[in-house]
Design a protein around this ligand. Sequence first.
Ligand SMILES: [Mg+2]
Length: 250
Amino acid sequence: MRHIRAIGFDLFNTLVMAEPDTLDRAFSRMQESLEQHGFYPEQGAYKKAYYDAVITFIQQTREDGRETHNRFWISAALEKLGYEVSPDDPRIAATVEDYFSTFYDSCYCVPGARSMLERLKDEFQLGLLSNFTHWPAALEIIDRLELAPFFEFRLISGQLGYRKPHKKVFEALTGGFDTSCDEIIYVGDDVDADVNGALGAGIQPVWFTYVLENKPPIPAHMAPSETGEPHESVPRVSSWNEFLSFLKIS
Ligand SMILES: [Mg+2]
């Protein structure tokens, strides 16, 4: 194996998971928040308009790699139901904050993640690269789980403007490390975003299959995209202990 000096990590379903009801609770919180801010859409109609908007905007990100944001989905749904409101309206910003507040008490570390980071932090440069629309919420989740001190930098797609597997976000990752691409590995659970993204940027991926193999309860919409298995030449590990063995550390 090549000499590894730096390791990039995905966040969700790699280091962190969310309770299975997280998105349902977040959606309810969003509806309450809209009412608190003077919007009273009929609930069933809002739900349909919202998820229609989500599908449209996410389809766009698949085409051009640019990250989207919840404020566009919410304002598009409200506009569809007759409200005149812009994505930059402060009431929408407040609703987005309320939506993500439900994540803060429902995220927890994948077993062994923290002790693995503890074990590696003095020997490797560690960086985080996550696809997450509302970047302040991603940082808050990382802070609350006390993972921030392990990383030299934390890159969130919502702040970068592009999302994995786009090359630009992996360039930001390699640019954050003080080493060359051939001494960096990137670990993540999603074949398309993480494995293919890393390969496209010339970085060695490691496929993390804990969620795939153990099937812990997670929100259905946060499951990794089903794009099959990566080429057999891509190393795969199903636990953080196995990852330490892969690095020849125990
Ligand atoms: Mg992931």
